[in-house]
Design a binder for this molecule. Structure first.
Ligand code: GLN
Length: 388
């Protein structure tokens, strides 16, 4: 038989999805994959049911239903201070995941380099490979996940095409600051490259941290592609509605890729999304309160059980240092630790190394997702109480 694709041969399986399968197979508590186990807001569900009953069941406008593009444009202006024209600057995609790969496919030529902060959300690695880009990784350093300005500056060169930034950040919870963005913006302008920002956790933010959109900085509006989705903000990760906002010349390319990749995101969910984007401020406040409480609760549990959590400023994950627990579980590396932790406690986590490129990386860290009901987090506390 002829050889299958050399490119896909290099892919490893998504560890997040693998841990989810292990967890499901043993009736575990899945703190590995970042999806809510509580109900989605009643209003957004009603909007989707209404859209189906109103017969919004055929192909959408391929780059997004007009109502949704209008709603995205409005919210991008009021919340993110990004100006956009719904007719020329917005592409609705199947989740932020498709927005990212469609964007990369739209802008990358073979040999182009992209800069990715590490640890990174595991899709960005394969995204880079699929688009033909050569990724360069720049480390975020504990305890606050800062990057070294000199190290970042040294990663840029004439071949740099784009930098990918996820803020608030998965898996670290880092929220990029104005000062960091000004430094990044200057580098993008100096080296004439694009910035792709994944802002899917923009409403999940703590301790007075502020979400900033890089596209709102002067000089960045035409070179930034802002990616977002309804998945995390409205707790509907299975609906697969996301988008990319970019200048018309970039959008025209993204739309072409998107059209051939998926044709369009699910039509009824686009109509529901358009209504959700107009939810009152109170909705976002409640979402934050919920996650603030969940973060505090899981942090307490982890400290009690001997983990050393790094406090996230945003998103809904906690990375914890597990070196003190290695011996007890006879763990050989962080993957082994996660697997043994499930066997012992039924709690699924993601080993830290899956957020790094190098195969030899061992982090002695694991990631917990806390977008879970109170009773799930209570159950974790009980299961972990026997750990020490
Ligand atoms: N973003 C989520 C996570 O990091 C879900 C990833 C996925 O499985 N698509 O866990």
């Amino acid at each position: 038989m002829k050889h299958l694709s050399y490119i896909t041969e290099t892919f490893t399986e998504s560890v997040i999805r693998e841990m989810t399968r292990v967890s499901d197979s043993m009736n575990g508590i899945n703190l590995s994959q970042g999806f809510p186990d509580f109900e989605s807001p009643a209003d957004i569900k009603q909007s989707a049911i209404k859209a189906i009953n109103e017969n919004w069941n055929q192909y959408p406008v391929t780059f997004g239903e007009p109502e949704l593009r209008e709603a995205i444009s409005k919210k991008a202006w009021t919340f993110n201070h990004i100006k956009s024209n719904p007719d020329t600057d917005i592409t609705v995609t199947c989740g932020a995941t498709e927005a990212m790969i469609a964007t990369l496919k739209a802008i990358i030529n073979p040999g182009d380099e992209i800069i990715i902060f590490e640890p990174f959300y595991e899709n960005y690695g394969p995204d880079g490979i699929l688009s033909g880009a050569k990724p360069k990784y720049v480390r975020l350093h504990t305890p606050d996940w800062h990057f070294d300005y000199e190290e970042l500056a040294a990663a840029f060169n004439a071949k740099t095409k784009a930098i990918i930034i996820n803020t608030p950040n998965n898996p670290t919870g880092k929220v990029f600051t104005q000062a960091e963005f000004e430094f990044i913006a200057a580098l993008c302008q100096k080296w004439d490259c694009y910035a792709i920002t994944d802002e899917i956790y923009e409403h999940i933010i703590y301790d007075g941290a502020q979400h900033i959109s890089l596209a709102s900085l002067s000089g960045m509006e035409d070179r930034t592609i802002t990616i977002n989705s309804i998945s995390k903000t409205y707790s509907v990760t299975g609906w697969r509605v996301g988008w990319a906002i970019a200048a018309p010349n970039i959008t025209a390319r993204i739309r072409k890729v998107h059209d051939f990749l998926t044709v369009g995101a699910p039509t009824p969910f686009q109509h529901a999304a358009a209504e959700a984007l107009a939810f009152p401020d109170e909705y976002y406040r409640q979402l934050q309160d919920k996650y603030q409480q969940s973060r505090a609760h899981l942090t307490e549990t982890l400290v009690m059980a001997g983990f050393k959590p790094f406090n996230p400023k945003g998103a809904y994950y906690i990375i914890a240092d597990v070196s003190d627990l290695y011996a007890m579980l006879k763990a050989e590396n962080d993957m082994d630790f996660s697997k043994k932790l499930i066997l012992k406690t039924r709690v699924a986590t993601v080993p830290g190394s899956s957020f790094y490129y190098g195969k030899d990386i061992i982090t002695k860290q694991v990631r917990f997702a806390f977008c879970k009901k109170q009773e799930t987090l209570d159950a974790v506390r009980v299961l972990f109480s026997t750990l020490l």
